[in-house]
Write a protein that binds this ligand. Sequence first.
Ligand code: AMP
Ligand code: MG
Length: 415
Amino acid sequence: MMLSVQDTQTTIFDLVQPFNTEEDTEVVDFLAANSRILACPVTSQLDFPHWDNSAMDGYAVRYTDVQHANPQQPATLEIVEEIPAGYQPQFTIQSGQAARIFTGAVMPKGADTVVMQEQTRRKDNRVLILVAPKQQEFVRHRGSYYRAGAELLPAGIMLNAPEIAVLAAAQCSRVRVYRRPRVAILSIGDELVTANSPLQPGQIVDSNQYALTALVRQSGAEALMLGIIPDRVTVLTTAIAKALSQADIIVSSGGVSVGDYDCVEQAIQSLGGKIHVRTVAIKPGKPFTVATFPQTQTSCSKLYFGLPGNPAAVLVTFWRFVQPAIAKLSGLSNGWKPKFAKALTQSQLQADGKRETYIWGKLYLEDGEYKFQPAGGIQNSGNLINLVQTNAFAVLQPGQTFISVGEQVLVLQVS
Ligand code: AMP
Ligand code: MG
């Protein structure tokens, strides 16, 4: 039975059990945690800021000394010290006194307010305050951003530059992250050879192995390149058994179209796998197998994706179904679903209206609007050149056969 794209997605997402906080984590140095997924919330050991400090270059004063200051009647204060950032103040500010202070420097005792230097005039070792500040103005108080014990980062987020900065500032040098999912990659087909083999008549390069490796790595997972498997059920069965012992997810390409349909299906069934999806109403990518292998004593249940052999169909089905599954497995609590946008098409788009059709091309921002330019020439799913620089697919729903230039189209964003 042919499933809709939506039903296929629902089936897959329901089958993915995200990583477990106990078993599927490791502790790493915080900088090495960049682009990893946080497995446990991070709590601060410190108040931040750690000291009352100045938010401006200016003068640290006692508010009561300057509250009535104005350009006609400035308040005159004696400067008792200069406090650059990084220094410990030596004096307590008494009434009639001020300290020259710089952004980020520690507030001296006695002072409660900073007057920005633009509202002062310097006269030797005295300063004239020309404008009354607000009480406590330009003071960043200890713990005003967060206090010790506060949650800084929730579990399930990816650690990028802002999060790395937060970890550094809070002196969290080691963090617990989810391990990277392991994805085994198999290419099935008697005609396939590796990229560096001379081509004999009838052979083609197994480009899918390399494309899938790049896709898997871009998804934050570890790629296990298990190579080329001939169109033989027994050999494939052995290869899948090996993949099951090493990986969380298995992705194969080829061996699922009508001619050799049985190869993947028979191998899966002989290993006790359960098939959930066989064909999907998607173009390209109709023969698309989803299976699960049951939990064993040493490992949890594993997902198998049998992609078609067609290079374009591999990209479409990976981006549409496999990448979100890897992202959900990896422990991301949000943002793992496919990303759709609306764009104005720059060329007319056509489909036969039978299946949900994915047309590759480029999504870009121009004059504040998203625009989509389909790849030129024939969108033949065997023609790889045509896929270069693809970063999005226009999606035409079943029944939708035509979208004219300048009209809005749904696009799947893939990078
Ligand atoms: P299949 O799904 O096995 O019938 O393959 C469909 C088409 O994709 C055929 O033209 C294959 O030669 C091609 N193909 C299959 N596997 C690969 C691969 N790993 N790399 C590149 N092209 C492939
Ligand atoms: Mg084949």
